[in-house]
Design a protein around this ligand. Structure first.
Ligand code: ZN
Length: 661
């Protein structure tokens, strides 16, 4: 997989003409060189539905008078740049207005004003599918495409006439959503398999990716309908800076090649004239590398077809660095002590997504804490092998059915330990714990919010009783359990006739049972602390969880003194017989209503690292600088200090001759 990709959008209204008149091969090539780009996803068909080349399967944009797709491919290939080809699959506004009966129909119409500008999504269980396949086939047969990228697709709920008729034919009641789901799954699986068959008939093995904006954790079947994964995650486009690490730490466990896709925009796709600071792009590209991913940056070509020099200088600021670093990032395996079992993957709970005013998504809250705690981790699903990890986190909402219990029992038997929070560990119906964590269940705690009084030290806070906002479980100590902290009740819940002050009721000091308990199997915390952290980010939540994790992980692979906003990973390149320790630092700040901006990259001094590596280390040096640094290895612990660095620094630890030498 190419490491320095651009995803070139071109959604161009038919109301604009002429188009493409300022395209020039030399200028296109010049821009790619300026950007240090080695692959560019060019376009056959846009959301408006137009083709950008002569076509029998589609209609060429009325403002275009030449083969723009062919010209871009020729220009890129001449300088060794690859060209996967984009087709908008789910959106085709040209056909949507001609065939409204092919549109996805929602059960409860939220169409609003008919005259709101925007695209409308088509159902792939309609005659549109055959048209789309013929458009894809035309590209595969006629053009030297290095891959096919299909956009705006996924398993969709639909109540169009075709979906309803198909359901009734199969004896499914369309009113029953759970009965309809297999039909929607079937529509998507049929579409992806027919695309594969169509493309590979002409170009066997050509990479194909179906984009839905998110790789659903726990759905390996859907992931494997692609040849590789492109994690669309524009930090300023609504995804935020936390989405990519969460998504990447899962994707890397699947063993498929993958990339992280950001954008050059200040906000998101379609922002003509929008630019982010070069430092933001440098950091985002480095974050991909540190997570074992290739890079892709989104851009949109101007209707006249000239590449924007300012954009490619901006991209070049990031990609010149990627080019220098990529040899130490290819075919890397993440090193992790902790596995976070994703709530999304386990499917034991519908993530609240922040609709609850108290709490947010437990997976996101857990990843934020793990990043800030500099814990090496993977995000896993139920198909993952838990045995390589020392600790498994069951965040907030993992109820334990028989299948999960069997997996956990073998993990515990192998010496693994569990950190469970909130509802996690309970039986599916909530009637007590399925897992022995040294506590007995006494129901959902009647007080909310309430207080946690730790009986252990916190990293930076003094002894007190701390407000915990999320729902808690009332527990009592069972055999083998040791209380590490207690719950204290408020005087009462805030209510119309009993309320106190501006927010919630103060602590009455009354003992409310254990708040955190340790047991041979692990540690249990009696609140949904990760949801709480995703929503409110209170320091005590993180310090409580990290205290527990550090107890469970006496022999951590990595200790470093990076500041909280620093991100660290250790990637293993087994073929090269080396580990690569990544350190990153940037502080996104909120600007405007909901944009996270990175502008300043401050120098970081005095970063120390202590890495537990069993192989005898023969050399430690900075890359790409190739500067050796002093190190010591004693009892399997390699210690060293990084000289002052900025944004991203890699340290290589060699432990032998690479294979083939
Ligand atoms: Zn439908």
């Amino acid at each position: 997989m190419r490491m320095r990709q651009v995803h070139l959008d071109f959604h161009t209204s038919e109301a604009i003409h002429p188009i493409g008149t300022r395209f020039s091969k030399e200028q296109f090539q010049q821009a790619l060189k300026l950007g240090h780009v080695d692959s560019i996803t060019v376009f056959s068909k846009c959301h408006h539905g137009w083709a950008y080349h002569p076509s029998e399967a589609n209609v060429t944009h009325p403002g275009l008078s030449f083969d723009l797709l062919g010209a871009m491919i020729e220009a890129a290939h001449e300088i060794g740049v690859r060209t996967p080809v984009y087709l908008s699959a789910g959106l085709d506004e040209r056909l949507a207005v001609r065939h409204p009966e092919w549109l996805i129909r929602e059960r409860f119409s939220r169409e609003g004003d008919l005259f709101t500008p925007g695209y409308h999504q088509l159902c792939l269980n309609t005659p549109y599918l055959d048209i789309l396949l013929s458009q894809i086939e035309e590209v595969a047969a006629r053009y030297d495409a290095d891959g096919i990228f299909l956009d705006i697709v996924g398993v969709r709920e639909c109540y169009c006439a075709n979906c309803v008729a198909a359901a009734r034919e199969q004896g499914i009641d369309p009113r029953d959503k759970s009965a309809m789901r297999p039909l929607w799954e079937q529509t998507y699986a049929n579409y992806t398999s027919r695309v594969k068959e169509t493309v590979h008939r002409h170009k066997p093995g050509l990479p194909i990716f179906h984009n839905g904006g998110h790789i659903r954790r726990g759905r390996r079947d859907l992931a494997h309908m692609n040849s590789h994964l492109e994690l669309e995650s524009l930090p300023t486009g609504g995804w935020g800076y936390d989405h990519f690490p969460l998504s990447a730490r899962y994707a890397q466990t699947l063993g498929m090649p993958f990339l992280g896709m950001t954008g050059k925009f200040h906000t998101t796709w379609g922002e003509f004239g929008g630019y982010k600071h070069p430092n933001a792009l440098r950091y985002e590209a480095a974050l991909s590398l540190a997570n074992g991913a290739a890079c892709s940056i989104g851009d949109q070509l101007h209707p006249l077809g000239a590449m924007d020099e300012a954009t490619y200088r901006l991209i070049g600021a990031a990609y010149a660095e990627v080019e220098a670093k990529e040899a130490w990032c290819r075919d890397a395996v993440n090193v992790a002590d902790v596995a976070l079992l994703s709530v999304e993957a386990a499917g034991t709970h519908q993530a609240t997504g922040g609709h609850d005013s108290f709490t947010g998504d437990p997976d996101a809250g857990a990843v934020r804490m793990l990043l800030e705690g500099h814990i090496l981790f993977d995000v896993v699903d139920l198909e993952a092998d838990f045995s390589p990890y020392a600790v498994l986190i069951l965040p907030d909402r993992i109820r334990i059915n028989d299948a999960i219990l069997a997996k956990l029992a073998s993990f515990l038997a192998g010496g693994g330990r569990i950190l469970a929070t909130g509802e996690s560990g309970l039986k599916p119906d909530g009637s007590g714990f399925a897992l022995d964590l040294g506590v007995r269940h006494a129901g959902v705690n009647p007080f909310r919010p309430d207080y946690y009084h730790p009986q252990h030290p916190l990293a930076s806070l003094q002894e007190s009783a701390f407000i915990f906002y999320s729902e808690g479980q009332k527990v009592t100590l069972a055999e083998g359990g040791t209380e590490l902290g207690k719950r204290e009740n408020p005087y009462f819940n805030r209510d119309a006739f009993t309320f106190c002050s501006h927010q919630h009721t103060p602590n009455s000091g009354e003992y409310g049972g254990p708040g955190m308990v340790e047991h041979a199997n692990g540690i249990y915390i009696a609140w949904n602390v990760f949801e709480d952290y995703a929503s409110k980010g209170s320091l005590v939540l993180k310090e409580t969880v990290l205290y527990a994790l550090n107890r469970l992980l006496p022999e951590k692979t990595l200790r470093t003194n990076l500041p909280a906003q620093g991100v660290t990973t250790v990637q293993h390149q087994p073929d090269q017989k080396r580990y690569v320790h990544h350190s990153l630092y940037a502080s996104p700040v909120k600007r405007g209503r909901n944009i996270e901006v990175i502008e300043d990259l401050l120098p970081i001094r005095g970063t120390t690292a202590e890495l537990r590596i069993s192989e005898p280390v023969t050399g430690v040096y900075l890359v790409p600088q190739m500067t050796p640094i002093d190190f010591r290895q004693q009892n399997g612990l390699v210690t060293y200090e990084l000289p002052e660095w900025q944004c991203h620094q890699m340290v290589v630890l060699d432990y032998g001759q690479p294979e083939g030498n």
